[in-house]
Write a protein that binds this ligand. Structure first.
Ligand code: PLP
Length: 403
């Protein structure tokens, strides 16, 4: 009898590492070199781990072979608490901080502990697709609110409000956003939080890119704007600290906890079921958060990330029938393929054809729960000249491409 996957996986997808990856692996196995612009992993593009993190890890590794407390080691949780206090978030208690194997694990725990069958979670479209996948897997219903490309990809408050029902349990805010790079102004966040307040929603704030900001973009922590709401803030070392492989993230609970004791107990149960986050990754937290803010030199004018973002947007916008809103944060660009010019019907097919022809791997827009097949995402991590070459090849490919 054929072994089937669980029916719980119906509709669960994560296209950033989706089926196209097998074709990319096969090409590499056959001796081709593939430019992988699909994952936000800084390491392959020459971003080194900050020296203070590495040295600290080497020093502490011999004593890092045991399990720790489920929420995580106290020095790391103290460092996280201090980090948020310095950034204007009040009322952060070390007992309300959980360390995880990356933010990914904590997203899964936070959603699973909350969502009953049929409960709804408001998720932006386009989104970082793990949130949709995890909500579906937990038996919940992801309800996507629309971000408006014509308004720098900011969410539309009326659209958001119209999607709230008596089954809505949580509002997810991804700021800065992946894949669009939008950074939300304070007034917009206040409007979103007001809706959460009026409808008793838990707020999930995925702020993993909060230090990767370009130009004059300012990031506002949701937890600082709404101390009266139950907010779960997620961040970690994968992006700003460029050690994605250390699998180190944290979750901070702020706001009134009294009415949420049962939910938090459930979160604690899930935290103990996975025993603890990997100990070396936990040990890296203090060195990272108390060390120099080396990300700043990468996002300031003249910095590598900023130059790459600029070049990517300029080259994308130079392709006929392609337009790209300038990302104000994060590590991605999410260009639009004008349907009148390019007529893509199946964007996964487009991504596969691009891979097979040009050996460049990007991710289709529908993989981010964007409804129409008219966008794709590339990471802006390669050197500016390499991005220019790659985007030039994408442009030439598009010029002769028909579906
Ligand atoms: N949240 C967002 C918005 C992301 O883009 C990512 C990774 O790309 C994650 C969470 C997960 O990060 P990690 O598990 O490496 O901490």
């Amino acid at each position: 009898m054929e072994l089937k996957q669980s029916s719980k996986l119906a509709g669960v997808c994560y296209e950033i590492r989706g089926p196209v990856i097998e074709h990319a692996d096969a090409l590499e196995a056959n001796g081709h070199s593939v430019l992988r612009l699909n994952t936000g992993n800084p390491a392959p593009f020459g971003f080194e781990a900050p020296a203070e993190i590495l040295q600290d890890m080497i020093r502490t590794l011999p004593a890092a072979h045991g399990y720790t407390e489920s929420r995580g080691i106290l020095p790391a949780r103290r460092a996280v608490a201090g980090h948020y206090r310095r950034r204007g978030v009040e009322g952060v208690d070390v007992d309300d901080i959980y360390l995880g194997n990356g933010v990914s694990e904590l997203i899964s725990m936070a959603v699973t502990a909350l969502v009953d069958d049929g409960d709804e979670v408001l998720i932006p479209a386009p989104d970082y697709p793990l949130w949709t996948a995890v909500t579906t897997l937990a038996g919940g219903r992801p309800v996507h609110y629309r971000c408006d490309e014509g308004a720098d990809w900011l969410p539309d408050l009326d659209d958001l409000a119209a999607r709230i029902t008596d089954r809505t349990r949580a509002l997810l805010i991804i700021n800065p956003n992946n894949p669009t790079g939008a950074v939300y102004p304070k007034e917009l966040l206040e409007g979103m939080l007001d809706l959460a307040r009026r409808h008793n929603l838990v707020v999930f704030a995925d702020e993993i890119y909060d230090q990767i900001l370009y130009d004059d973009a300012v990031h506002h922590h949701v937890a600082a704007l709404a101390p009266d709401l139950l907010v779960l803030t997620f961040s970690g070392l994968s992006k700003a600290y460029r050690v994605a492989g250390f699998r180190s993230g944290w979750l901070v609970v702020t706001g009134p906890r009294e009415h949420a004791a049962d939910y938090l107990e459930g979160l604690g149960t899930l935290a103990s079921m996975r025993l603890c986050a990997n100990t070396p990754g936990q040990l890296a937290v203090q060195a990272a958060l108390d060390g120099p803010r080396s990300i700043e030199s990468l996002v300031l004018p003249g910095g590598r990330l900023r130059e790459q973002r600029d070049r990517a947007v300029e080259c994308l916008n130079a392709i006929p029938g392609v337009s790209c809103v300038k990302p104000r944060g994060a590590l991605y660009a999410f260009p639009r393929l004008d349907p009148k010019v390019h007529r893509i019907v199946d964007d996964e097919r487009f991504v596969l054809d691009l891979l097979l022809r040009e050996k460049i791997q990007v991710v289709q827009g529908t993989g981010f729960n964007w409804a129409e097949p008219d966008h794709f995402r590339i990471v802006t991590l390669p050197r500016a000249d390499d991005l220019e070459t790659a985007i030039g090849r994408i442009g030439r490919f598009l010029a002769g491409y028909r579906q």
